[in-house]
Design a protein around this ligand. Structure first.
Ligand code: CTP
Length: 395
């Protein structure tokens, strides 16, 4: 959700400032671009070096520095959102009164973007009528306030005034940026990649699936506002850090990951190339090449898509894939009905640039309403957009 978002983080003088190292790390992991402004007092609690290293940008603190000045107007215009955390009583009072005596308050006054604050102070300061009045004042300017928590305070007392934890601030930002997106509030699982079924400690039955299509789908669903969990078989394709991933190896592991999550999901996209058969037993020791022939007895794995189709409740959308070499459309329609899916995405190995390993794909989508929808050969990222557009239409 935060991928590519420009976040201007203002840090003021409070013990909670040390937690900003964690917030910056979380924001960068989420794919955001972060610029930091510190008040002079904030530097007593966390070093600019730590924050500039984590944010990959120089930390700004002064309105002017030797021959150059920080363009506070443009900083406020650059940002998609300005987050002031921790917000001290002192800076809060300046914000409420329109005082601008440092870079942070100057940027705040000129910011055209949304501003959100996470106050941090001792309980007595927090409860003071001046603080309440100032908070009320900045809220009336349209600033958002992330509520304080109750807990241990710097004074040693316990009470109201603790800054919201970095994870809660991140959650707030995710929610803010997902508002209005078509899949906001929806939860999705996506399976991707191959599965490996062990024959002995060194050998397995697998397939050529790379996981590219499923990773692109998980990404796209997240971009449209969904909360996504990617259940990924053995794949060497890098997965963006901001995706929530459960790594599995076998069809059985993928089955249990899917079944344990499905009940709470709105959307399930089964794009993994799950092994249809697995060895009945896995040899504990490496099989030696003593005999002329060797046989491995295989047994059917559980069909995840079919199982989810059986337990599916109304309102849940189930999407499967079909990779075919002949009678493609008939098999795709059959899978749609037999697996009680709402959509089948067909790839034909007869189409150039479609299937395993390619960066492109050519798909036809079958749903329970209307005829098949044919698409041209496109990059897997573009194909993911087409699939997610159809999912949104089916919602
Ligand atoms: N699938 C699954 N679990 C399995 C096998 C397949 O969830 N054990 C899912 C795949 O992720 C895909 C769909 O089923 O979404 C189609 O898989 P495919 O192997 O092509 O279909 P099958 O029904 O297994 O039929 P066949 O192999 O005979 O074509």
């Amino acid at each position: 959700m935060l991928k590519g978002k420009k976040i201007l983080l203002g840090i003021t003088g409070s013990i909670a400032a040390y937690k900003m190292a964690i917030l910056v790390r979380l924001l960068i992991k989420s794919g955001a671009e972060v610029k930091i402004i510190m008040t002079p007092a904030a530097k007593d609690f966390v070093t600019p070096l730590t924050l500039s290293t984590l944010s990959k940008n120089p930390v700004l603190a002064d309105l002017a520095n030797n021959d150059s000045w920080s363009n506070h107007v443009m900083l406020g215009r650059w940002a998609d959102i300005m987050v002031i955390a921790p917000l001290s009583c002192n800076t809060l009072a300046k914000m409420a009164g329109g005082i601008c005596d440092n870079l942070l308050t100057a940027v705040y006054l000129s910011a055209t973007c949304k501003v959100v604050v996470a106050p941090a102070m001792d309980e007595d300061m927090w409860l003071h009528p001046a603080t309440k009045k100032n908070l009320h004042q900045i809220a009336s300017f349209g600033n958002e306030i992330i509520p304080v928590a109750i807990g241990e305070l710097a004074s040693g007392l316990t009470g109201e005034g603790r800054m919201a934890e970095p994870e809660n601030i991140l959650e707030w930002l995710n929610y803010f940026f997902s508002a209005g997106l078509p899949l906001t509030g929806k939860r999705a699982i996506v399976t991707a990649g191959p599965t490996y079924e062990q024959i002995d400690p060194v050998r397995f039955i697998g397939n050529h699936s790379s996981g590219k299509m499923g990773i692109a789908l998980a990404n796209e669903l997240k971009e449209r506002g969904a909360e996504v969990t990617l259940i990924l078989g053995p794949s060497s394709i890098p997965v963006p850090e901001f995706l929530n991933v459960i790594r599995v190896e076998t069809a059985a592991e993928m089955f249990s990951a899917c079944t344990s999550l499905f009940d709470k999901m709105d959307i399930a996209v089964m794009s993994a190339a799950v092994a249809d058969y697995a060895p009945v037993t896995t040899e504990p020791e490496k099989i030696k090449k003593n005999d002329q022939t060797v046989s491995v007895e295989l047994t059917k794995t559980k069909d995840i898509l079919k199982h989810l189709g059986e337990v599916k409740k109304s309102g849940q959308l189930l999407i499967g894939f079909a990779l075919e070499t002949n009678n493609e459309e008939d098999y795709a329609k059959k899978k749609l009905m037999e697996k009680n899916a709402d959509m089948i995405v067909l790839n034909s190995l007869n189409d150039e640039g479609a299937g395993f390993g390619y960066d492109t794909n050519k798909i036809t989508i079958f749903t329970r309403t209307g005829g098949p929808i044919y698409f041209d050969t496109k990059s897997k990222v573009e194909v993911a957009k087409d699939i997610v557009n159809t999912i949104i239409e089916l919602q």
